[in-house]
Design a binder for this molecule. Structure first.
Ligand SMILES: [Zn+2]
Length: 466
């Protein structure tokens, strides 16, 4: 006896959608309760004929579409009523009766958060917060969860924001920066591609793959139907996957989708331009111009910094982020310390004073008696506490172009403030503080730079805790 498997009345193009098989998973799609019951009955006969058993407890029904509450159906299999659910996980993606696969993206985000917590607590228990290693582990263990199925749900801007904030939050956690820190600064500092860009690339590649299919597969037919729908003007209808994906891609970069050709193709190479534009926009326009505009050190005291919320998250050192490449530093602890310093995740008064509402000009260094605001510049170039440390890292100061032309002045100052330091045979008197900081952070031997910062901070800690 030969039994035909049921096909549904749901069509893609001119083809009836058959039962969907994957390993031991089976999906029956029907357009009415009666039709689904018929399909289940035929399926029951099929199972009897071939000696197969259906696990009824794992078999669910769901009615897609609509608002409010789900339409109830009663489907039975050999007298047992199948449970109707609001969501069901199929091939790793959770589908919701009204939110479809978008809901699945949200479920994966929650799972990714759990994976991050496990990853970080494991790293802490091993006492290893090596940033490079953690980034690699994230790419291998968390990204696959976070971006699973993003080709389908990636057009949802809310989910994109969630995915971005999860990734950026992870990066901030591993460097120990505060959550209010500008995420773009962290991404640049750690040389990481923003998650939305990784996701967009996968969406674009999937798009192109669909447009190039030439076989007789169901997927190809679905793609062609989407294309017809898209070409007919379903641009704003979020239920048209192609229209929604095109919209989200073009919102990122107008020229990303080449609509001149038929079918339209995503220009993957344009994504590289997008990365560059993104960096330029973030740093040249935001951080660097602001400091140029306000003038080196007075940046902190500037009206703009005090007034605008976004500017509060930018610290002095961050403005020089483009210099240097801390990720190449061999010593992972020093590397982390330098990155933290550059992103303002340190305990100098300029930062700590802000937490307790001390006015900027009152955030005075407690490590020396120079009566100067303790910011990154003060620690690196001025503070008398670190004279010996500077001496031990003399190359950082003699080859950066730091002028020694005012040696006498410096020695006089040192003598006045702390006679012992008059022995110091170098001095740093700087006119253009912004340029000097940039040169300092750009010093070719980043390991030496990181060692200097680490030693200064350790000395500071020791001095203040005595
Ligand atoms: Zn000081």
């Amino acid at each position: 006896m030969k039994l035909a498997l049921p096909a549904s009345t749901i069509q893609i193009g001119d083809e009836q959608v058959p039962l969907l098989f994957y390993a031991d998973d089976i999906v029956c799609l029907a357009s009415s309760e009666a039709e689904l019951q018929t399909m289940v009955n035929i399926f029951s006969c099929f199972c009897s004929t071939y000696g197969l058993t259906l696990n009824v407890s794992k078999t669910m029904t769901m009615v897609f579409g609509g608002q409010g509450t789900q339409t109830r159906v009663s489907i039975t299999y050999r007298g047992q009523t199948l449970t109707q659910v609001d969501e069901f996980r199929y091939l790793g993606m959770t589908f919701h009766w009204s939110k479809g696969s978008i809901h699945g993206g949200g479920v994966l985000s929650t799972a990714a958060k759990g994976a991050i917590n496990a990853l970080i607590s494991h790293a802490k228990s091993e006492n290893s917060l090596d940033i490079r290693l953690l980034c690699k582990l994230f790419d291998n263990l968390v990204s696959p969860i976070l971006l699973y199925g993003c080709e389908i749900w990636g057009h949802c801007s809310k989910l994109t924001n969630t995915v971005d904030s999860i990734y950026n939050g992870f990066l901030k956690r591993i460097i120990g920066a505060r959550t209010s820190l500008d995420s773009n600064v962290v991404l640049a500092e750690l040389k990481q591609t923003p998650m939305w860009l990784k996701k967009l690339k996968r969406q674009c590649m999937y798009w192109n793959r669909l447009m190039k299919l030439e076989d007789n597969s169901l997927l190809n037919k679905a793609a062609l139907e989407q294309l017809t729908w898209y070409n007919s003007g379903a641009r704003r209808d979020k239920k048209c996957w192609m229209a929604a994906t095109a919209c989200s891609a073009q919102a990122s970069l107008a020229s990303l989708l080449n609509t001149e050709c038929e079918p339209p193709i995503m220009q993957i190479t344009a994504l590289e331009q997008l990365t560059r534009d993104h960096e330029r926009h973030t740093f040249q326009n935001k951080a660097l111009q602001s400091i140029r505009h306000e003038g080196s050190r007075d940046f902190y005291a500037s009206e703009r910094f005090i007034r605008e919320d976004n500017f509060r998250s930018i610290t002095y050192a961050q403005c020089f982020w483009r210099s240097g490449s801390p990720l190449e530093i061999a010593n992972s602890v020093n590397m982390r310390t330098l990155i933290r310093f550059r992103t303002g995740a340190h305990k100098l008064q300029i930062v700590v004073g802000a937490w307790v509402g001390i006015p900027r000009n009152h955030r005075i260094c407690r490590c020396c008696n120079m009566n100067i605001v303790e910011d990154e510049f003060h620690m690196v170039f001025e503070c008398l506490l670190y004279d010996q440390t500077r001496h031990e890292h003399i190359d950082l100061f003699t080859t950066t172009g730091s002028s020694q032309n005012n040696l006498q002045h410096a020695q006089r100052q040192s003598t006045t403030l702390k006679p012992m330091l008059a022995r110091t045979n170098y001095a740093i008197i700087i006119d253009n503080k912004a340029d000097e900081m940039r040169r300092f952070f750009n010093y070719p031997n980043q390991g030496l730079l990181a060692s200097f910062i680490s030693k200064c901070l350790a000395l500071r800690n020791h001095t203040l805790n005595q």
